[in-house]
Design a protein around this ligand. Structure first.
Ligand code: GDP
Ligand code: MG
Length: 372
């Protein structure tokens, strides 16, 4: 999101250069555990997202298209490895900083080669990408402050590593939401989710008022109803230990769901979760008054779309539920809430979360969409 906005601003504000955002492939995420779906690296952006929709927001190309521009081995003119200023984190005194230092090359994933260039993993493309120069940059500031490092008259391609370090210029602004609305999932993932909704949840976009115009730029404020089911995002695994105070036990989650279902007059619960099977079965056993469902992908879908695609299908299904309950401070939950905001669900059906052991908590805040 931050990078899309950054490059979009460059391309709008400075027409002398034909700025493009290069979308590197996905891969090797900590959460992707399946070992029976083939390789989960070098997955092109278009497997998960609708690149042509994003291109209506920012000039963007996939890495494989970028590589086409280079006969033989591609050479990135400069790589910046962004680093936090440890002193600021120690003292708590934060100020803008943009300080170039020589890297300790033993501690970076890039290595000088004999031919005056650097090699490295480069998203699994180590054999056809090199860098002319690698520098470390101690940085504190917002995305737009990075502009001073581009030197477009000298460099035609610049890569930033650790781009999580710069802050949003305006999180939650109209600009943010424009970029977010342009980031749609791939058509096939919507189709798979829609087929599941129709077959198991009696849900479709027409009946649920969850249609999206083909072009996000033509999208207007509207009101969604959602399919006749509640979706819960039940985040487990690392959250169970790392956030023990805000994450409920399975039994606690079930009792909160039982209560909610009574109030909502629904009979179907869709569960999106990274839980182990035994946890899911335990949850189900406490909810026997209701139909409890989980998306189980076919072998074919798993092999093609892998753990990342399955996660997106879960998110799409949850985004179209009549009522949603998420997990506190899970970004997976946040993205579902954003999609629901875009479709126009009433806030009270979106900004809900499971409470921790005490069973009572506030909603966890609501990031409402901004249209104008
Ligand atoms: N299929 C599926 N995967 C999930 C679910 N919850 C978490 N995951 C996986 O775990 C990852 C969680 O990482 P992230 O998106 O950073 O969210 P956070 O860690 O919950 O803040 C997701 O990207 C998925 O790969 C879920 O409900 N369904
Ligand atoms: Mg995470």
């Amino acid at each position: 999101m931050r990078v899309a906005i950054f490059v979009k601003n460059l391309s709008v504000k400075d027409k002398r250069y034909d700025w493009h955002l290069v979308l590197p492939p996905w891969g090797n995420l900590y959460h992707w555990r399946s070992t029976d779906v083939g390789s989960q690296s070098r997955i092109p952006w278009s497997r998960f997202f609708d690149v042509s929709s994003l291109q209506k927001y920012v000039p963007a190309v996939e890495l494989h298209d970028f590589l086409q521009e280079y006969p033989g081995v591609a050479r990135i003119d400069r790589v910046y490895i962004l680093q936090n200023d440890e002193d600021m984190f120690r003292t708590g005194k934060f100020e803008d900083k943009n300080q170039l230092i020589d890297c300790n090359l033993n501690q970076t994933p890039y290595f000088p080669t004999s031919s005056n260039s650097y090699t490295g993993r480069f998203w699994g493309h180590s054999s056809n990408i090199t860098a002319a120069d690698v520098k470390c940059l101690i940085f504190h500031g917002t995305m737009s402050d990075l502009k001073q490092n581009l030197y477009p008259d000298i460099y035609s391609s610049v890569m930033f590593d650790h781009m999580e370090i710069p802050l949003h210029d305006s999180y939650g602004s109209k600009e943010y939401w424009d970029a977010r609305r342009s980031m749609r999932y791939s058509h096939t993932l919507y189709e798979i989710a829609n087929e599941y909704r129709q077959t198991y949840l009696d849900s479709n976009d027409l009946a649920d008022h969850t249609e999206q115009p083909p072009d996000w730029r033509k999208e207007r404020e509207r009101q969604a109803l959602g399919g006749p089911y509640l979706c819960v995002h039940l985040r487990r695994r690392d959250f169970v230990t790392a956030r023990r105070n805000t994450v409920p036990t399975i039994k606690g989650a079930a009792s909160q769901l039982n209560e909610k279902m009574k109030a909502l007059n629904l009979s179907v619960i869709f569960v999106a979760t990274d839980a182990e099977d035994y946890e899911y079965n335990e949850l189900k056993s406490y909810l026997d008054k209701y139909t409890v469902l989980k998306y189980s992908p076919s072998r074919n879908v798993r092999t093609l779309y892998k753990d990342g695609g399955i996660a997106i299908i879960d998110q799409i299904i949850c985004s179209k539920a009549r009522y949603f309950i998420g997990t506190h401070e899970s970004t997976f939950t946040f993205r579902i809430q954003e999609d629901r905001e875009i479709m126009g669900f009433p806030s009270e059906t979106t900004f809900n979360r499971l409470c921790g052991k005490k069973g009572k908590c506030n909603s966890g805040g609501s990031w409402k969409i901004v249209w104008r």
